[in-house]
Design a protein around this ligand. Structure first.
Ligand SMILES: [Zn+2]
Length: 280
């Protein structure tokens, strides 16, 4: 039986924070800062809306991965008790930890637009990164993470965040991916937000709708060999990243790695990030 039509459809939910309705500043997404506890509550509400929508849409198991900062934002006792929670920061594939080929679909909640483009708190992994390309296609975290899912044969069927993210995903991921816009970016640090209740309803309904069309949405699989190119915001960061075996320096700020598959490309990206941080 096809895994998306089985009696035990498994759904994977990766939850970030910058794209949550109401969030417009780094302080709100930084543990320990004054507004963080409010934004954390909104993040949990949006995760719960996605879980509820997934069950409405036919899921029998939902795994939620806390995908922001230290990855301990989602409080287990406040999460829908039907879902399991991957919590904590040191984990293989990071924002996609716990995913494997038994899942029918992945949902990205609270995501944000790519670094170097418009959008609320737009970035890709780090402020040091000003561009990431896969075979020449500009992507954000949504693309890197969709590539991991694609390597396991899992399609990304819904993404939630601001209007800039929605535009990037509609242009960048295959198939009729559900994009739920919970805020309209005015600048990097300002947005017109949906009322909280409306955002939660849109996420719940979007998740159910997305899962009903799961078979229409193919996994995101850049053609191998995959050329991963990363633009950094200072030459010493590229100097350092280029020391990775098999890396190529293709510009003053740009390093390239050619990978056999999506999992290798993502590991190369993480290694670039570690080396770049070393030279900061
Ligand atoms: Zn984040």
């Amino acid at each position: 039986m096809h895994k998306s039509r089985g009696v035990a459809m498994r759904v994977y939910v990766s939850v970030d924070m910058e794209g949550v309705a109401g969030v417009v500043s780094w302080d709100q997404v930084t543990p320990g800062k004054s507004d963080y506890m409010h934004a954390r509550g909104w993040m949990i509400e949006e995760a719960n809306a996605a879980i509820a929508g997934a069950f409405d849409g036919g899921a029998r198991h939902v795994l939620v991965n806390d995908s922001h900062n230290g990855m301990r934002n989602l409080l287990p006792h406040e999460l829908d008790p039907r879902a399991t929670l991957v919590s904590g920061g040191l984990k293989d594939y990071g924002m996609m930890a716990g995913l494997d080929d038994t899942f029918a679909a992945a949902l990205f909640i609270g995501y944000h637009a790519r670094g170097g483009g418009p959008g609320v708190l737009a970035h890709t992994w780090s402020s040091r990164v000003i561009g990431v390309r896969l075979n020449g296609q500009e992507v954000g975290e949504w693309g890197l993470n969709a590539m991991i899912a694609g390597a396991f044969g899992v399609p990304v069927v819904m993404v939630t965040g601001d209007d800039c993210l929605a535009k990037e995903v509609r242009e960048g991921l295959p198939g009729p991916v559900e994009t739920v816009v919970v805020k309209r970016a005015l600048t990097k640090y300002a947005a017109e937000n949906l009322p909280r209740a409306a955002a939660l309803e849109a996420i719940r309904e979007g998740a159910a709708r997305a899962l009903r069309k799961v078979r229409e949405i193919p996994p995101f699989r850049p053609q191998p060999p995959i050329a991963l190119e990363v633009d950094l915001n200072a030459t010493q960061l590229a100097d350092s990243a280029a020391m990775m075996p098999k890396a190529e320096r293709v510009g003053p700020l740009t390093v390239r790695y050619t990978a056999e598959d999506g999992l290798e490309a993502f590991r190369a990206f993480l290694t670039f990030m570690a080396l770049a941080a070393y030279a900061d």
